[in-house]
Design a protein around this ligand. Structure first.
Ligand code: SAM
Length: 376
């Protein structure tokens, strides 16, 4: 099919998405032009910050791709004190970031649940309720998600990693702790509780096909996600998946595919929030800006205290591990203007898709719901 006709379609079939993932040259330019236009129309040329606090690399899981997996012994484990986390949140608030994201390895325990509740309460208190909070601390019981939602977290990012169960099993140990169905159930309970729910996948994994990636995008659309954080898979020398390095696309191929995934998703889901993932910058110094140009609208400046950053290495060559929070901010601001976009300070930057589906967060907390509106 002619590319212009295809790009103007209301929805895509799997075959059409695969066709779009393969575009090169002029057709690729047209794809990126279309996704940039959609972003401009439905989101504007805007970017919102989530100050990222990677508060602990202690993890109970053993995902075969991840540098902070439990089995990696070549890593100093750390756990920020509550005071350090609150100081980072205060930095975000004082610098007028609308939101923060709290991320860590995966721990399921009553003590962890309680700690997160206390942190949420304290962060709300120090910012007079003004800082928006995204959580990304993995799979938990529905009642735990609910407690955190009630304590003020309103967005949750849980990447599904791959929606092809067979591939999911290849990149995770085959045991109860790494169960594909539980991942899906967790996403469902997050959505049911009322979180702005985000998911995403790694792109360029060993064994992954274009068919898988097209399936991932269709899953996101069907699940009706509010946010997406997806990025290239990058090897880590101390992980089991390193054995398959010879089966991978070159890094620039994974980068290219990630930009296409973002562009196609923007066209498919016009008003969701899409993160320009840090892993893009590990491949191309202006990788995140390229993502902002063609569809992403969220950046996550790292505000974790510098001395810990080296120990949150999910993959090799993770960028900015020796910067300070101030460095990250000024660098990102300059970068965003490179992409002809503008950082919006002092706003939560909630997913417009969520608001259209369910009303604003403030309405939800008051028990008011709106009727889903159709997009123009
Ligand atoms: N424990 C939480 C969870 O699983 O959602 C949050 C932390 S986890 C380290 C955050 C994300 O890092 C994962 O969802 C995964 O997609 C990404 N990640 C881990 N290893 C990676 C790698 N080698 N390359 C690219 N991304 C990776």
């Amino acid at each position: 099919m002619d590319i212009t006709k295809l790009l103007n379609k209301e929805s895509f079939s799997k075959e059409e998405i695969i066709r779009l993932l393969q575009v090169i040259g002029k057709e690729k330019v047209l794809l990126f032009q279309k996704s940039a236009e959609v972003k401009q129309k439905y989101i504007g040329n805007k970017v919102w910050f989530r100050g990222l606090i990677e508060f602990s690399n202690i993890c109970g899981k053993d995902c075969l791709y991840c540098g902070i997996r439990k089995g990696n012994k070549n890593l100093t484990r750390y756990n920020l004190s509550d005071d350090e986390i609150l100081a980072a949140a205060k930095f975000a608030f004082d610098n007028n970031y609308g939101s923060i994201a709290l991320q860590s390895g995966e721990i399921e325990s009553p003590a962890f649940t309680k700690r997160v509740i206390k942190l949420l309460n304290n962060i709300k208190e120090l910012s007079d309720g003004k800082l928006g909070i995204t959580l990304s601390v993995g799979e938990q019981k529905p009642e735990v998600y609910k407690k955190w939602f009630d304590a003020g977290a309103h967005r949750y990012l849980l990447r599904v990693e791959s929606t092809n169960e067979e591939l999911y099993r290849k990149i995770h140990p085959n045991d109860k702790k790494h169960d594909f169905q539980r991942r899906l159930d967790c996403l469902k309970s997050l959505q049911d509780i009322g979180y702005q729910t985000g998911t995403g996948v790694m792109i360029g994994l060993p064994f992954q096909t274009l068919d898988d990636l097209a399936g991932d995008l269709l899953f996101m659309q069907k699940f009706d996600i509010d946010m997406c954080g997806m990025g290239p898979y990058i090897e880590h020398a101390d992980t089991p998946l390193i054995t398959y390095s010879d089966k991978l696309l070159p890094l620039n191929g994974r980068f290219d595919l990630t930009l296409k995934m973002i562009a196609i998703l923007r066209i498919m889901m016009k008003d969701i929030n899409i993160v320009a993932a840090t892993a893009l910058q590990a491949i191309d110094p202006i990788g995140r800006e390229k993502a902002v140009k063609i569809g992403a609208n969220i950046l996550m400046p790292n505000i974790t205290p510098g001395k810990y950053r080296d120990s949150y290495k999910l993959y090799d060559n993770k960028p900015c591990t020796d910067d300070s929070a101030e460095d990250c901010q000024s660098c990102l601001e300059a970068r965003v203007s490179l992409a002809d976009a503008e950082v919006i300070y002092g706003e939560w930057g909630d997913s417009k898709h969520y608001e259209r589906r369910r009303g604003t967060m403030a309405q939800r907390h008051k028990g008011l719901f709106c009727t889903p509106k159709k997009l123009d």
